[in-house]
Design a protein around this ligand. Structure first.
Ligand code: ATP
Ligand code: MG
Length: 267
């Protein structure tokens, strides 16, 4: 029999360097069937962490990138017309609930609040999803788990989760890791030496101090890995930092000068 979950299984261990007690807490939340919300700035490891945990728990992972055009039917499912008539197709949320996958709703605040409320019955003790159009009351598989992520601070008042949504979740805060840990991650991911990774992290730390003083957000671990990957391919560090760090993050000439100066201090 073909395994319909095959494409959602994670075949090899995704590299994840634990930063605090998030692995143990995720395991406990999974066992307690407590939905989880991962909060933290962009590029700090939330998606990688979920991939790692799905692999570690041996569960398939269904990821949904949320956006404001998303409707409840996009999550739950709809009838499709084909040659033999109409056929029901589960949306990703119903699919994960039915087959016992971990469902990861990425950037959930991007979805409209009237879309987000469809997760409510799945995230309380009912653990069920009414498929009204189909006339089915879908009870979630015991292995089903719901994880959502968002970047706190980016959203306006209009774009936040309702209290009735928030209060159904446990939350894990993600931050950029401590200097030595972040250097290790950047070195491992970009395949560069730790001394070079160390310098990239030092530049990032300077940029993070500029948050709210001309920068909306500091340089993320993801950006440092980009810079490292260019360096690993023989690009000179100054050019690599310009392309991967400074130019993407700001268009402000003064801020670019300040960041270029930080780069020049270390390389
Ligand atoms: N603790 C970690 N262990 C291993 N790799 C990490 C870790 N933290 C960050 N990374 C690396 O940083 C990259 C970016 O992380 P990830 O994509 O998980 O960010 P994110 O928090 O999901 O960001 P966004 O909010 O933009 O989706 C990953 O591809 C991975 O290479
Ligand atoms: Mg992500």
């Amino acid at each position: 029999m073909s395994d319909i979950l095959a494409q959602y299984r994670i075949p090899a261990e995704p590299y994840y360097r634990p930063v605090a007690d998030e692995v143990t807490l995720f395991e406990a939340a999974y066992a307690a069937k407590m939905p989880l919300m991962l909060k933290g700035p962009t590029g700090c490891g939330k998606t990688r962490f979920v991939e790692h945990m799905a692999w570690w728990l041996g569960k398939p992972l269904v990821t949904v990138a949320c956006n404001e055009d998303m409707t409840a039917s996009d999550l739950v499912g709809r009838f499709l017309l084909d040659a033999s008539g109409t056929r029901w197709q589960d949306g990703p949320l119903a699919f994960a609930a039915r087959h016992g996958a971990i469902c990861y709703l990425d950037e959930v605040v991007e979805a409209r609040q009237d879309t987000t409320v469809v997760i409510h019955p799945l995230t309380d003790k009912r653990r069920a999803l009414p498929l009204e159009k189909k006339g089915e009351f879908l009870r979630a598989h015991p292995d089903f788990h719901l994880v959502i992520s968002y970047n706190p601070g980016y959203q306006s008042l209009m774009k936040d989760l309702k209290q009735s949504t928030k209060q159904r979740f446990g939350a894990l805060d993600f931050h950029y890791p401590a200097h030595a840990v972040e250097s290790e991650i950047v070195a491992d991911e970009a395949k560069i030496d730790v001394a070079t990774a160390d310098k990239l992290v030092a530049i990032a730390e300077r940029s993070r101090n500029l948050k709210g003083h001309g920068l909306d957000e500091g340089l993320s671990t993801r950006m440092l890995i980009h810079a490292g990957e260019l360096i690993a391919r023989g690009v000179a560090p100054l050019a690599a930092c310009r392309v991967a760090l400074v130019r993407p993050i700001t268009d402000d000439p003064d801020m670019r000068d300040a960041l270029d100066a930080a780069v020049a201090t270390f390389f």
